[in-house]
Design a protein around this ligand. Sequence first.
Ligand code: B1M
Length: 221
Amino acid sequence: MTELLERISTCVEFGKVDIKSPYPPAMKDQEGAFELTRHALDDGISPDEILEEALIPAMSRVGQKFSRNEIFVPQMLMAAKAMSSSMSHIKPYYLSGETKRRGTFIIGTVKGDLHDIGKNLVGMMIEGGGWEIIDLGVDVSTEKFIEAAEKHPGAVIGLSALLTTTMENMRKSVAELRQRFPGLKIFVGGAPVTAEFCRKIGADFYSPDPQGAVEYLKTLA
Ligand code: B1M
């Protein structure tokens, strides 16, 4: 990995957003994820490399430290902020690909769940693949998914869940959507979700990553 990618990864892991950010005190006045990502892109490092070699591994280390009680929610939040600041540079690259719209994709994180980084990434890549995105945000109730499906006939719908506890809400939303809209294509994902769980709750497709989501959608439109 290049030194720049390592520095971006460290900034995300320790929640260093940008040069003005006083947090963490040990990195005061140093460039953060925001500036370093810009330099990396200017140096010709691809958005995929930044994502796969710096950002996602950093978030995975953050999760491991949280599990071991070495860090707590505020540190996780700062890491998420640093990752979002980096993604603000990456987003235009994923959106520049195609302009022709293949269809509409509704996406949201299920009720009770506030994690949105993965959902945003999936939405961004699918948008780059030529789909119009209706982003319902986080903590999305079944009613809100239903309303959106009613408003956008023919749309594909994607549900994200990051907590084992909110997988149950995913199951409920999928069951209700399936009953109301028998032909609706329902897509599920998120760290605790598996292909087996997808099958059990009656969703149509599961992917562990955004690339799988984009490939699946290509088979539909
Ligand atoms: Co939370 N959190 N968190 N968290 N958090 C996890 C998920 C956790 C695994 C950490 C841990 O313990 N190791 C753990 C869940 C444990 C479990 O359920 N088994 C956890 C916990 C416990 C919690 C709280 C309960 C903590 C507390 O308050 N005590 C709390 C819950 C709040 C709530 O939602 N109600 C909480 C809060 C938070 C923050 C707000 C501080 C922050 C979120 C900020 C934000 O999203 N804006 C946060 C963070 C940052 C994390 C970790 C560290 C990182 C998540 C992330 O963004 N990953 C996470 C640990 C981890 O994942 N390693 C953790 C990067 C992202 C790119 O990956 O989201 O997996 P991911 O998305 C991937 C794939 O899953 C897939 O594509 C994406 C790109 O590859 N994907 C889809 C996602 N959605 C998809 C949909 C698709 C297809 C693919 O189709 C529709």
